[in-house]
Design a protein around this ligand. Structure first.
Ligand code: TYM
Length: 333
C-alpha cells in the first residue's frame, strides 16, 4: 500500500502565489507517488467569524483552484472537512490528551488572537483539529508552507503522547516543505508573510487576479535603495522577487545568478511579472473551464468525501477502542 499524503487549505480570503508555491504546487507534483487526500478545511475557517454565504461559495472556489492547479480527482481525493464528521470527533478525543500549555505556545494563535476582540475557544483548539485531520488518515507526509511547521510539530507531539498513553495508534507524519517558496513574503512589506487575510492592495498576487493587476502589483513591489540586483548583498524585497521567479521557473541558483546579477530593478520586476503571468494564465483558463461545468465541482467533493470516510471512520473506531469509549465493537458485544 502506498503511504498517504494529506494537506489542506482554509476557504477564506483569496488564495495567492504563497499558497501555490508553499503547498499547492507540491501537492500536484507528488500526488501520484502517494495515496493523496486534499482537504478544504471549513471547520478551521469558522474559528474566526465568517459570512455564511461567502464561506459556502469559497469552499467550491477552493476546490476548483485545487483542480485547476493539477490535482487529479481520479487519483486524489478532494474533500470538505465538515463533510466527514470523524474530523470533529477525533479532534475532541485529541483535545482531551493535549495540554493547554502546548496550545498557548502556538505563534499563529498568538498572532490571530491579538487581532480579535473576542477569542473563540475554537481558535485555541485550532491546531488540535489540524492534528485530527492528519492523524485520522494516518498520513505519513504533509506538504505545507513554513508557517505550518509548528502545527506539524505539535501534531507529532500529540500523536506521540497518545501512542505512549494508549499504545501504538498513529503514524508519525513528516513535514514536507518546498526547497524554494516555503515562505513567500508580502510584496508591499517583505518582512511579513504574504497572507490571505491582509487586504492591502499591493500585498499579494491572488491566483485569480487578472494579468494586468498581477503586473501592477509586482511592478510596485518594495525593493531597496540600490538600483540593481547584487548577489553580494540584497534587501528582503529583492530576495523575495528572486525567490518567486525561481520557484515558478524551476531555475537553479546558478541560473538565477547569471540571469539577474546587475539587472536593474525595473527589469527584474518585469521578468518576474512575465514569469508569474505565464504560469497563472493557463491555470486561470482551466479554472474557468472547471467552473463552467454545472455540478462538476460538487460531484468531485461528494465523491472525495465518500472515498475517504471509511478510512476516517475506522481510525475513530480504533481510537475509541483504545480509549475505552463505546465503539461499534462494544455495541456488537
Ligand atoms: P492556510 O489556509 O493558511 O494556507 C494553506 C497553505 O498555504 C501555505 N502558505 C504559504 N506558503 C508559502 N508562503 C506563504 N506566504 C504562505 N501562506 C500560506 C500554508 O503553509 C499552507 O500549507 N492550518 C492550515 C490548514 C490545515 C492543514 C490541515 C494543513 C488544516 N488542516 C492539515 C495541512 C494538514 C492553514 O491555515 O493553511
Amino acid at each position: 500500500m502506498k503511504a498517504r499524503v494529506l494537506s489542506g487549505m482554509q476557504p477564506t480570503g483569496n488564495l495567492h502565489i504563497g499558497n501555490y508555491l508553499g503547498a499547492l504546487k507540491t501537492w500536484a507534483k507528488i500526488q501520484y507517488d502517494y495515496e493523496s487526500i486534499f482537504c478544504i478545511v471549513d471547520l478551521h475557517a469558522i474559528t474566526v467569524q465568517q459570512d455564511p454565504a461567502r464561506l459556502r461559495a469559497k469552499i467550491e472556489e477552493i476546490a476548483a483552484i485545487y483542480l485547476a492547479a493539477g490535482i487529479d480527482p481520479k487519483h486524489s481525493a478532494i474533500m470538505v472537512q465538515s463533510a466527514v464528521p470523524a474530523h470533529a470527533e477525533l479532534a475532541w478525543m485529541l483535545t482531551c490528551v493535549t495540554p493547554m500549555g502546548w496550545l498557548s505556545r502556538m505563534t499563529q494563535f498568538k498572532a490571530k488572537s491579538a487581532a480579535q476582540e473576542t477569542i473563540g475557544d475554537g481558535l485555541f483548539q485550532y491546531p488540535v483539529l489540524m492534528a485530527a485531520d492528519i492523524l485520522l488518515y494516518q498520513a505519513a507526509i504533509v506538504p505545507v508552507g513554513e508557517d505550518q511547521a509548528q502545527h506539524l510539530e505539535l501534531t507529532r507531539d500529540i500523536a506521540q503522547r497518545f501512542n505512549s498513553m494508549f499504545g501504538d495508534t498513529f503514524v508519525m507524519p513528516a513535514t514536507e516543505l518546498p526547497a524554494i517558496g516555503a515562505r513567500v513574503m508580502g510584496l508591499d512589506d517583505p518582512l511579513t508573510k504574504m497572507s490571505k487575510s491582509s487586504s492591502g492592495a499591493g500585498h499579494a498576487v491572488a491566483l485569480l487576479d487578472p494579468p494586468e493587476r498581477i503586473r501592477k502589483t509586482i511592478m510596485r513591489a518594495t525593493t531597496d535603495s540600490n538600483p540593481s540586483v547584487s548577489f553580494e548583498g540584497m534587501g528582503p524585497g529583492v530576495e523575495n522577487l528572486l525567490n518567486i521567479y525561481q520557484a515558478f521557473s524551476g531555475c537553479s541558483d546558478g541560473e538565477i545568478r547569471t540571469a539577474f546579477e546587475g539587472l536593474r530593478y525595473g527589469d527584474l520586476k518585469k521578468r518576474v511579472a512575465d514569469m508569474v503571468i505565464s504560469h497563472l494564465e493557463p491555470f486561470q483558463k482551466r479554472y474557468r473551464e472547471i467552473t463552467a461545468k454545472p455540478g462538476y465541482v460538487a460531484g468531485v467533493l461528494r465523491e472525495g468525501a465518500e472515498r475517504v470516510a471509511p478510512i476516517a471512520n475506522s481510525t475513530v473506531e480504533l481510537v475509541k477502542r483504545k480509549m475505552g469509549l463505546y465503539s461499534a465493537d462494544s455495541r456488537k458485544a
